[in-house]
Design a protein around this ligand. Structure first.
Ligand SMILES: [Zn+2]
Length: 92
């Protein structure tokens, strides 16, 4: 048994917990990346997802063509998304 496996057993960390922690860590990293350079991003007015500013004229998730470009509002949205409780669809 590896050290990591012993640690997981000791703290009773389930596979779901590990995935949720990883999803949360990735989300915080992505939000920090957006906060460093908000002018490189835009927020979709339709579904609130954050996209690269020059990536597309239509949101790939909801097909909206309206975007929030104000850096202050983009940072606010990034903070909001980083604070959101990570959940995984299909797992209890
Ligand atoms: Zn959208």
């Amino acid at each position: 048994m590896t050290k990591l496996q012993k640690l997981i057993q000791r703290f009773n960390i389930t596979e779901t917990d590990k995935i949720i922690n990883l999803v949360g860590a990735v989300r915080i990293f992505q939000s920090a990346t957006v906060m460093i350079d908000p002018i490189d991003y835009k927020v979709c007015d339709g579904c609130d997802c954050i996209l690269f500013a020059g990536a597309t004229f239509v949101c790939p998730k909801c097909s909206s063509y309206r975007f929030e470009l104000d850096p202050y509002n983009i940072i606010t949205k990034a903070i909001e998304l980083s604070n959101k409780e990570p959940t995984i669809l299909g797992l209890e």
